[in-house]
Design a protein around this ligand. Sequence first.
Ligand SMILES: Nc1ncnc2c1ncn2[C@@H]1O[C@H](COP(=O)(O)OP(=O)(O)OP(=O)(O)O)[C@@H](O)[C@H]1O
Ligand SMILES: [Mg+2]
Length: 363
Amino acid sequence: MNRIDQNLFEIILKNFKEAVIFADAQERIQIFNLIAENYFQIREKHVLGKRLERAIPYKNIKKHFDFVYEKRESNHDVELAIHVLHGSPEGEGTRILHCSFYPIFDKKEASFLGCLATFADVTEKGLLLREISKSRDLSTIGMLARWMAHEIRNPLSSLNINIELLREELGGEIQLSQKEEIHSLINFISYETLRLENNLKEFLDFNRLPPLKFEWVQLNEVLDSVVRLLRPDAQIKNARVETHFQKKLPMLKIDVSQFNLAISNLLINSIQAVSEKGEIYLFTRGSKKNIFIIIQDNGIGISKEHLPKIFDFMFSTKPMGSGLGLSIAKKIVSDHHGEIDVKSEVNRGSTFKIRIPLSPKGN
Ligand SMILES: Nc1ncnc2c1ncn2[C@@H]1O[C@H](COP(=O)(O)OP(=O)(O)OP(=O)(O)O)[C@@H](O)[C@H]1O
Ligand SMILES: [Mg+2]
């Protein structure tokens, strides 16, 4: 590199808004810019010439460097969560870094020179997006809950009144003329009970979810964005989320925001179901008539007894679960004329398979 190049190169690195690390073919650090010093709380002079693991004590980041050293292929736009220690300008806590890793080759000799990595802190952006999706979730739940309270409170109070009346009637001596009265009260109670049941059914239909807004999309891109949003949750649990998408899937007409909600409900369940060494796979496959989305985890699995109930409204085995995730997902998938199927084995894991027909008539 001549002197002008060198100068220019240093200025660019210094002013670059992202952390930049370059480690040579022997995995020794040769470039560690100012932002990298900030993110990783290590001074450049302490790491130059040292091996990578000395500078970056984060296994999840090291893994991506290893990938480049092994495969000599780049890996773009990965989102990784790291726990930043006390002393960083942003304070202690989990930060989300948007990272890219590139193999660098000598142009003339085509020999491998090392790995260049860039890191941008997207914690705020990530949190904002997550807040938005959470609030969308919450507003759906809140809206449904308000509606349920309203629709169910009325029949419940009239049921109560009628049961009280019945109790009074039965308390005294029953004469023949009162029998008719008791009959009509019982009829009324069973009518109101039926009404409650119907209300619940209607509730299950989520007739009050916002109307669907369909658009043509590349499904893999939509799924990628959902995975990106949830990857930090998986990392906090040390779980791996891998996507294996079929290339060149046909375009699909969906309501993106509702579809996101359905897929994230399934992925969140998988993340909650796995423990250490958790592995979650998201596949897409296309056939002539359908597109399949498969979400597979090696988590706790679902017992035979629970399996038929998991899509039921408000069925949950979790202490803090509301039991809405899967029923909402099922409703959204059926609004797209598709269906969800599940296979699960306790302590082995679960596989959810969504089928969406390419043309709504083709199901
Ligand atoms: N991937 C999975 N692994 C193991 N169990 C699962 C999985 N997905 C769903 N379940 C089971 O199905 C139940 C219902 O799931 P659902 O998403 O509807 O509700 P939840 O996760 O309990 O609560 P919410 O999603 O409303 O926070 C869960 O409580 C759990 O028992
Ligand atoms: Mg759930």
